[in-house]
Design a protein around this ligand. Structure first.
Ligand SMILES: [Zn+2]
Length: 170
C-alpha cells in the first residue's frame, strides 16, 4: 500500500509507502504549530489536501526543522522508542511459530518445512522443523519494528512542498 501526493500547479509527485507517509504527517503534527483553518484530515488519501498557502507554510516549517536538527532528533527518538519495545509474542500463531487457524490450514502453513519450503535462512531457530507462520516467519515472536522514515524522505518532501503549489493525496 502506498500514497502518491500530487502537486496542484506542477507535475511534481511525492510517492511513499503508507506507513512512511503517515509518519511524516505525524511528524508535522508533533513539530509544527498549525494554522487553525487547516483540515485535520489534510494527509488522508482522498482527503482535502492543502492549498498553496498552507503548502508554502509547511515548506518553511520543514525546511527550518531540517536545518536546525529537529527532524533528525525526532527520528532518533522514534527509533530509540522502537528499540526499547519488548520482542512480542506473535498473535497470529500465539507464539507457537505454526499458524494453524483456518487460513494457516488453507495455505498449508502447518505442513511447511521451515527453510526448505519457506524463504527462511539457515540461521532460523526452527530451521528444518515442520510448521510455519506468515506473521512471524515461524519464529513465534515478532522482531522489533523499524521506524519507517529517514531524513532523506523529509528532505525530498520539503523540496516537493517548495514547488507543489498545494497538493492532493491519492
Ligand atoms: Zn506467528
Amino acid at each position: 500500500m502506498s500514497v502518491t501526493v500530487c502537486a496542484q500547479t506542477s507535475q511534481a509527485e511525492f510517492h511513499r509507502a503508507n506507513l512512511t507517509w503517515f509518519e511524516i504527517a505525524q511528524m508535522a503534527f508533533d513539530l509544527f504549530v498549525w494554522p487553525s483553518k487547516l483540515d485535520e484530515n489534510w494527509f488522508m488519501p482522498g482527503g482535502p489536501g492543502v492549498d498553496a498557502a498552507i503548502a508554502s507554510r509547511l515548506a518553511i516549517d520543514f525546511h527550518q526543522a531540517l536545518q536546525d536538527g529537529r527532524v533528525a532528533s525526532y527520528i532518533a527518538i522514534k527509533e530509540a522508542e522502537l528499540r526499547q519495545l519488548p520482542i512480542e509474542e506473535c498473535e497470529t500463531c500465539s507464539g507457537t511459530g505454526v499458524r494453524s487457524d483456518a487460513i494457516g490450514q488453507k495455505y498449508g502453513m502447518t505442513e511447511r518445512v521451515i527453510g526448505l519450503q519457506t524463504q527462511s535462512s539457515t540461521d532460523h531457530p526452527r530451521y528444518g522443523e515442520v510448521g510455519w507462520c506468515n506473521g512471524c516467519d515461524g519464529e513465534g515472536r515478532r522482531k522489533p519494528r523499524r521506524y519507517p522514515v529517514v531524513v532523506a524522505d523529509v528532505i525530498e518532501f520539503s523540496q516537493f512542498l517548495q514547488v507543489c503549489g498545494g497538493f492532493a493525496v491519492g
